[in-house]
Design a protein around this ligand. Structure first.
Ligand SMILES: [Zn+2]
Length: 300
């Protein structure tokens, strides 16, 4: 992990999950906290070495790799934590992620790990879309849903801390099917990013870029490509296809590997999000056939 300066007061810790940092008028704002106490400790160690403070933490969304270390920061430094209201509800009740991944039933123990369930935190203030102020920090909070329900991006001094609204191209190539909960909202958020005039952007996973249009376009194409594959597969099955069989085809086609149950469930959520978009768009219908959820192409 390394602290990188991107402009006068904007920095980030580069790593598997990037963490933002802004320093103004002797105060510090951290954007996300890393996955656990160990990561948060490393961040504080580096900041201490540079005699940089932390007064506020913005948590962009309720995925443990972004908020899991916040509980330690809250206890250790009594810093203020800020997040969007719905994401905050999950951070305050982290069992909600294993619950929703396990279809709403009480989750099995295998899902109750630090990758899917972070340490709970108490959120001190809610973030809303638009101009915000936290101490000396004046920024725009961007509503960027799709990857999570109400993810927030932070735009400050021309630098966008984009959270997981898009992924770096290498990360995209590795995941093949990125995690999303809403395919249409994901695309809309990507289009929104394209319309911004920025000095540079830092995704949650990937490299800082001053010109990120191609990366955004690669993300849009990735989602369109997955959705088209699923639609064509449904249409090619004259009598329709079960959700299970189609998901198996998606795994096979994109060469997805899921060693853990949790990873498989994350892929299932993305799969379901694309299917929802096809159903709501009117190109696919869903019914129950032979005791299974059944998908069929609609002629539009
Ligand atoms: Zn995420």
């Amino acid at each position: 992990m390394e602290l990188i300066e991107v402009s006068g007061c904007c920095y980030y810790f580069s790593g598997a999950v990037n963490i933002g940092y802004i320093h103004k008028e002797g105060q510090g704002l951290l954007i996300d906290s890393g996955i656990d106490k160990g990561t948060a400790k490393k961040v504080l160690k580096i900041l201490n070495e540079h005699q940089l403070p932390v007064d506020y933490v913005i948590l962009t969304h309720a995925h443990t790799d972004h908020y899991g270390g916040a509980s330690y920061l809250q206890k250790e430094l009594q810093v203020e934590l800020h997040a969007q209201r719905l994401e905050a509800a999950i951070m305050e009740h982290p069992i909600l992620e294993p619950i929703y991944l396990w279809n709403g039933a009480v989750p099995i123990k295998q899902l109750r790990n630090k990758f899917l369930e972070g340490e709970p935190v108490i959120i001190d203030g809610f973030l809303f879309e638009g101009q915000q102020e936290l101490g000396p920090f004046h920024f725009e909070a961007l509503h960027l849903p799709g990857h999570s329900y109400s993810q927030i991006g932070v735009l400050i001094d021309g630098i966008l801390y984009a959270a997981d609204s898009y992924f770096g191209t290498k990360v995209l190539a590795k995941h093949k099917v990125p995690f999303i909960v809403d395919a249409d909202a994901t695309i809309n958020s990507l289009e929104k990013l394209k319309s911004l005039t920025l000095q540079g952007a830092i995704p949650g996973h990937g490299d800082y870029e001053t010109a990120f249009e191609e990366t955004i376009q690669a993300n849009i194409e990735c989602h369109n490509n997955i959705k088209l594959f699923l639609l064509n597969s449904i249409k090619a099955s004259t009598d329709g296809i079960s959700m299970e069989a189609l998901m198996k085809r998606m795994f096979d086609h994109f060469g997805l590997r899921a060693r853990e149950i949790g990873q498989w469930l994350l892929y299932r959520t993305s799969f379901t999000a694309y299917i929802s978009s096809l159903i709501e768009g009117g190109t696919v219908s869903i019914s129950i056939n032979e005791y299974t959820l059944w998908l069929k192409g609609e002629s539009v």
